[in-house]
Design a protein around this ligand. Structure first.
Ligand code: C2E
Ligand code: MG
Ligand code: MG
Length: 617
């Protein structure tokens, strides 16, 4: 019995112990669970409160059951928050609809979705959010809601956009010229490559017009690079205006442009465009208040006649362009098979000219200027020639334009000035008085800022007084930037130099400016002397120039006097001096010296009334 009691007691004890133990366990578990719940709720609250993300959970009806505080930044959510509402309650219809659609898809397809949406903040700023949606499942794996997490990716987007823009800018820059925005050489090659392919298929022609601005270097040197750049830009605009949208205008570099005309059926089409371009480009361009007139030389090659690929077409257009330059600029030339030799010659000449100075191949000839009344030698004009080792004596008319274009005129001009001064000194030392020695200045040389300083140095080196030197600038050079011309001439005049305007009558003089130039002499261009008889137009012009010069108290010299009749006519009109083959051709200093007899120079062919060939005092 006791045993039985003992057993019962033991059992009860065990039962009690057990029940006590069970109770402790359950309480403990409850407590733990409660703690875990509390912890997770606290964490969730912290997350919802402080997360910089849009976090929300919706039930299956689309109603928001919880939402992060970040939603309060949204323009459409008021102080009562997002919880208890659905997307249609707060977002604009289009945004709400796309949110809703994705919610439905998330629910129906039971999968995650990602979408980018632009949402507005209360401060009016637009932000891009990366919205992720995923279904929430209970223990039985049944969907009970949808969780949305939206991250503000605006900054990343901005950076991406900036990068994309930069890439497309780089891309653009790789294929366009930065100054004119025209396609560059690479894009030109690409376009013409495709153009040639189209042409082969359609049996049509392509014309390649290569253009080079005449004397562009002059503009750059005289007006500065900024003005040069403005000119190139304006020029590019004019070029583009002159062609159809389908044609390509590209800048190959420097002042060299190319126009590609596609789908041509006749040469007339090309002539039409080329003429239009010539006219378009010849209109003066206003650069910083200066009206700059430029002209172009164009060379044209045609596919398939003049070449089967881009390089050949370019090369031949280049050849034709040199031909256009040679033909006096401001024109176009079609490539023809016979052209190669001439163009190559021109290029060779350029290379040779670079060496001409070093190898002392330049020489000066001197042409006398005679007083029409007394027959006295009043001065000499120094004229440069190129003693080419293979081609013989080359006239300045042939290489001065090339020297101008290449910039070689500056060192060449300096050499001429130095040599003329040295020769004048030799004559003076030898007691041979030739009057003033006149030196021609190129526009480029004259426009150099330090030009007066250079003249001063050269005179000093030659130990020559300024009264023995005369400088000639052409009328067109003088008038081109008349304001600058006045300054430069004033400086030279103050130094005591004698200044004259050459080739007068060929340019467009403004009398207002002419009066302000501190000059002493006008030289009538020989084209007006050629055909003077009493009722010719040239005679009227020559008379007018003589009258004008005298009214301005200037000496007047007629150039290119070849006949006795011309000399007499000019003398009667009151022209002061003459220069021309009638008296003497330009000659070397040595030959010049051979005309020196008995203390004076005496030239062949002196006009009859001037038989007394005295050297002027
Ligand atoms: P320019 O200064 O007007 O020189 C006169 C030109 O007329 C010279 O040609 C001369 O030989 C030519 N001439 C003189 N009398 C007669 C004549 O009676 N009949 C004909 N038909 N021609 C005559 P050239 O020496 O060939 O020079 C041509 C041009 O080259 C010069 O014209 C001048 O503008 C330029 N030039 C010559 N030397 C220099 C130089 O050292 N520097 C620069 N910048 N230009 C120069
Ligand atoms: Mg001259
Ligand atoms: Mg002249």
């Amino acid at each position: 019995m006791q045993n039985k009691n003992n057993v019962v007691t033991l059992f009860k004890k065990i039962q009690h112990l057990f029940s006590d133990l069970n109770h402790t366990h359950i309480t403990e578990r409850f407590h733990l669970t409660e703690q875990a719940l509390w912890a997770s709720e606290t964490s969730l609250n912290a997350i919802l409160r402080y997360s910089p993300a849009l976090i929300s959970v919706k039930d299956l009806n689309g109603n928001v059951v919880l939402a992060s505080d970040h939603f309060n930044l949204m323009a459409n959510i008021d102080d009562t928050g997002f919880v208890g509402k659905n997307v249609f309650d707060v977002y604009p219809k289009d945004v709400a609809q796309s949110m809703w659609d994705i919610d439905i898809a998330t629910k129906t397809n039971q999968q995650n979705y990602e979408v980018e949406l632009d949402l507005m903040h209360k401060d009016g700023s637009m932000h891009t959010y990366l919205i992720m949606k995923f279904p929430l499942r209970n223990k039985e794996n049944k969907i009970f809601g949808i969780c949305t997490i939206g991250t503000d990716i605006s900054e990343r987007k901005l950076a991406e956009n900036a990068l994309r823009e930069q890439q497309s800018r780089l891309n653009y820059m790789a294929f366009h010229d930065s100054l004119t925005s025209l396609p560059n050489r690479s894009l030109f090659y690409d376009r013409i490559y495709h153009g040639l392919a189209r042409s082969r298929r359609s049996n049509s022609k392509i014309a390649l017009i290569l253009l080079d601005i005449d004397r562009f270097k002059n503009i750059n040197d005289s007006l500065g690079h900024d003005a040069g750049d403005l000119l190139l830009k304006a020029f590019a605009g004019r070029l583009s205006e002159g062609v159809r949208d389908m044609d390509t205008v590209a800048r190959l570099g420097g002042d060299e442009f190319v126009v590609v005309l596609e789908c041509l059926h006749s040469i007339e089409d090309i002539v039409l465009v080329a003429n239009k371009l010539l006219t378009n480009l010849a209109r003066p361009i206003d650069i910083n208040g200066h009206d700059i007139s430029t002209t172009v030389s164009m060379g044209i090659s045609i596919f398939p006649d003049d070449g089967m690929d881009t390089d050949e077409l370019l090369k031949n257009a280049d050849v034709a362009m040199y031909k256009a330059k040679e033909a006096g600029k401001n024109n176009y030339q079609f490539y023809t098979k016979g052209m190669n030799a001439t163009a190559v010659n021109y290029l060779l000449l350029e290379n040779d000219l670079r060496r001409a100075l070093e190898q002392e191949q330049l020489i000066l000839h001197y042409q006398p200027q005679i007083d029409l009344y007394t027959g006295n030698l009043m001065g000499v004009e120094a004229l440069v020639r190129w003693q080419h080792p293979v081609r013989g004596l080359i006239s300045p008319a042939h290489f001065i334009p090339l020297a101008e274009e290449t910039g070689l005129i500056v060192p060449i001009g300096e050499w001429v000035l130095r040599e003329a001064c040295r020769q004048q000194k030799r004559w003076l030392v030898a007691g041979k008085y030739v009057g003033k020695v006149a030196v021609n200045l190129s526009p480029r040389q004259f426009r150099q800022k330090n030009f007066p300083g250079k003249v001063e140095t050269i005179l000093r080196e030659a130990q020559l007084g300024p009264e023995h030197l005369e400088l000639e600038i052409t009328e067109s050079c003088a008038m081109e930037h008349a304001g600058e011309t006045i300054n430069q001439l004033n400086q030279l005049n103050k130094m005591g130099l004698y200044l004259s305007i050459d080739d007068f009558g060929t340019g467009y003089s403004s009398l207002a400016y002419l009066q302000r130039f501190p000059i002493q002499k006008l030289k009538i261009d020989r084209s007006f002397v050629n055909d003077i008889h009493d009722d010719s137009n040239d005679a009227t012009i020559a008379k007018t120039i003589i009258g004008l010069a005298h009214s301005m108290k200037l000496r007047v010299v007629a150039e290119g006097v070849e006949t006795q009749y011309q000399a007499e006519w000019l003398r009667v009109q009151g022209c002061d001096q003459a220069q021309g083959f009638l008296y003497a051709k330009p000659m070397s200093a040595k030959l010049f010296d051979s005309y020196f007899h008995n203390g004076r120079f005496c030239f062949d062919g002196m006009p009859a009334p001037l038989d007394d060939c005295k050297v002027s005092a």
